[in-house]
Structure formats: structure tokens, C-alpha cells
Design a protein around this ligand. Structure first.
Ligand code: PLP
Length: 366
């Protein structure tokens, strides 16, 4: 039996490079609480992403919860269910109500034409998701948010390094959340970030991620603990040196898939977006009108030790934990439901060999 190919494999810097990066932590004994590595990574990411402010957090999920708290949002938040559990859970855990908008079938991102019908006098924000490295229609979303006085916060977990006409995905809306989980294009083992233009937000996020403590005797906010530690920040500093190479390797894997699978009847590949430089985070294939269903292909790949992922399936408005809640109904987002039942993301990571891509494609094409 051939070796297992997982849907992803975390990229790592050379072992010695990481050891060198963390040497100073032994000398200083400063392990967390916004030390030297934490500060250096924030600066490095501000440069890399071309955004005014980066705040680092424990993970992407807590970054989302922290930004919802920082904006003191109470009410309805328009979002889409074609996402990872985190987006919807963050809204609910912060005491807000998600209102689900359907997606565009080409980009898999929220359909701006369907948003305004969902706005009520309780709507406080829009929380769209950049899916698979595709960007949302940021111009349309900006217009709608401005017109109705709504906050615009992006779940940009999939879009690290993506640029639209040269502008990074960190620069849209009031704030963008990135996840630096081990499985993402850029990672810090676990980690996350908030990116935003408003300098006035910086102190508040900094307080919120550290128990709401502002000074030794001053606690203005009911904060939690969401600080990124020094070892994770050190990993990020190493990763950043290799990232462009890794994205280029991802690109050649994605192009090989495309060369093999494009134009095959019943298979729909992700359409590249005009003016968008992708990070090749995922390679989704939609099985629609194909002889075999998505689930049959998934099982067949699994029997050959190839682990693809039904991502995103199920959609968040059909989760067990939300059963019976008003508004949580996949029938109201039919395109998201349709896509979720047919999409499969194929293995994609920098070290994946083109021979393995061929093996995967051969099974799909059989
Ligand atoms: C990974 C991910 C998250 C959560 O990020 P963590 O760092 O794992 O907490 C949120 N949203 C999306 C779309 C993601 O892919």
C-alpha cells in the first residue's frame, strides 16, 4: 500500500533555524507577555502585509472574539455559513446573532446582492469570509457597510499573502482576522492576528487579550487571555523567511492539478479572480454532473490512502449545536448547501510531489 497523503502537511523551517531563533528566549527567560519575538513578528507582518497595525493573538478564533468585543457589538451580524465552525461560533459566543446570507457560486464568498434584504434595525456588522484564498467582493461590501453604518470585519483565515491589485487582503474593512494554525499557508503552530488601519484600536485589543488589564492597578475591560507566546512568535519569524518559496511551490502543485483536471466534464475547478494574486491555500473541486458523487470520490481516494477533505461540509447553519434555533436553516442558503454537498479539497502543500498529484488525478479521472 502506498504512503498516506494527507490533505495538508505543515511547512517547517530547518530545525537549526528555529533553535537559533529561540536561543535568546533561554537567556532572557521572557517566555510570553508580549516579549521581543512577539513585537518583532508584529512589525515583520506589518511590513509583509503592508497594513498599519497587526496585533498577535493565541489563535484566529480568539482574534475574532476579541475584535467583536473591541467593537462592542451587540445585535445581528450578517455572515455566510460556508465557513469553518469558528466564524459562526465566535458571533454566537460573543452574544450576537448570526444572520446567514448565501454565497456566490463562483467565488464561494458572501453574495453582496443578497445582503441588503437581510439588514434590520438590529444589524451591527457584516462578517464575510475570504474562502480558499478567493477574495470577497470587497468594493461592494465596503459600499454596503458605509451606506448602512455597519462594521465590516473579515475572516481572512484563508487569505494570508493574497493581494488584489497589489493591496493585501489585510487592508480591507474595519479589521481582518488571520489564523496562523499549523495547517494554514503561514503558521505559528497555533496563532492568529488582527489587522486594522485605526491606530486607536491598538491599545484596546492589547488590553482585551491580556485579561482587560491596562496597567498594574487599572482593569477597564472584561478581557480574556489571548496572548501569543514567544515560541510561537519565533516560529512565525522563521516561517516568514520561507513563505514566498512555499507559496511558489503551492502554485506549481495547483497548476499541475489544473493541467490534469481542467475541462473534465462534471468537474468544476476554482476560477482565478481578475487582479488577484492567490496564495494557493486550497484546491477545491466541485463534483457536479460527474458519474460519481463527491462522497464516492472521497471514499475511493481514502481507500488508496489519500485523505481529501469535505471542506466546508456541513455548513455552519446546519450544525447539531444550533438545531432548532431560528434562522439556522441550510434551505435559506441553497447555494452554500449545494456547494457543500459537492466540493472536495484535494491535498495541497509545498512538499507535495507532482508524481503524487498525478496519482491523485489518476484516481479521480478513472
Ligand atoms: C482556521 C480558521 C479559523 C480559526 O482559526 P484558528 O487559528 O484555528 O483558531 C477561522 N475561520 C476560518 C475560515 C478558518 O479556516
Amino acid at each position: 500500500m502506498s504512503e498516506t497523503i494527507n490533505v495538508t502537511r505543515s511547512a517547517l523551517p530547518p530545525f537549526e533555524e528555529y533553535c537559533e531563533e529561540i536561543r535568546g528566549i533561554w537567556d532572557s527567560r521572557w517566555l510570553t507577555n508580549m516579549g521581543e519575538k512577539h513585537q518583532a513578528l508584529e512589525k515583520a507582518l506589518e511590513d509583509y502585509l503592508g497594513v498599519r497595525n497587526v496585533s498577535l493573538l493565541t489563535n484566529g478564533h480568539l482574534a475574532l472574539e476579541n475584535i467583536l468585543e473591541a467593537f462592542e457589538l451587540h445585535g445581528e451580524i450578517i455572515t455566510s455559513p460556508f465557513t469553518f465552525a469558528s466564524t459562526t461560533h465566535a458571533i454566537v459566543r460573543c452574544g450576537c446573532t448570526p444572520v446567514f446570507c448565501d454565497i456566490d457560486p463562483v467565488s464561494y464568498t458572501i453574495d453582496p446582492d443578497k445582503i441588503e434584504a437581510l439588514i434590520t434595525d438590529r444589524t451591527v456588522a457584516i462578517l464575510p469570509i475570504h474562502v480558499y484564498g478567493n477574495l470577497c467582493d470587497t468594493d461592494a461590501l465596503e459600499r454596503i457597510a458605509k451606506k448602512h453604518g455597519l462594521r465590516l470585519i473579515y475572516d481572512a483565515a484563508h487569505s494570508f499573502g493574497v493581494r488584489k491589485n497589489g493591496v493585501s487582503s489585510a487592508c480591507f474593512g474595519d479589521a481582518s482576522m488571520f489564523s496562523f494554525h499549523a495547517t494554514k499557508v503561514f503558521h505559528t503552530i497555533e496563532g492568529g492576528a488582527l489587522c486594522y488601519a485605526d491606530d486607536g484600536l491598538r491599545q484596546k485589543i492589547s488590553d482585551l487579550k491580556n485579561f482587560g488589564i491596562h496597567g498594574p492597578e487599572e482593569v477597564p475591560f472584561v478581557g480574556g487571555n489571548a496572548k501569543m507566546n514567544e515560541f510561537c512568535a519565533a516560529m512565525g519569524l522563521c516561517e516568514l523567511r520561507h513563505l514566498d518559496t512555499w507559496i511558489a511551490q503551492r502554485r506549481s502543485v495547483a497548476e499541475h492539478y489544473r493541467a490534469r483536471l481542467d475541462g473534465v466534464p462534471g468537474l468544476k475547478l476554482n476560477a482565478p479572480q481578475a487582479g488577484v494574486e492567490s496564495n494557493y491555500a486550497y484546491f477545491p473541486v466541485v463534483f457536479d454532473g460527474c458519474k460519481y458523487s463527491r462522497d464516492e470520490v472521497f471514499d475511493r481516494l481514502g481507500r488508496q490512502n489519500i485523505v481529501a477533505r469535505k471542506y466546508f461540509y456541513p455548513i455552519t447553519n446546519s450544525f447539531d449545536c444550533y438545531r432548532g434555533r431560528p434562522g439556522f436553516d441550510p434551505e435559506r442558503t441553497p447555494i452554500a448547501k449545494y456547494m457543500a454537498e459537492r466540493v472536495l479539497t484535494l491535498p495541497l502543500y509545498p512538499e507535495l510531489s507532482l508524481e503524487d498529484v498525478d496519482r491523485i488525478c489518476d484516481i479521480i479521472l478513472q
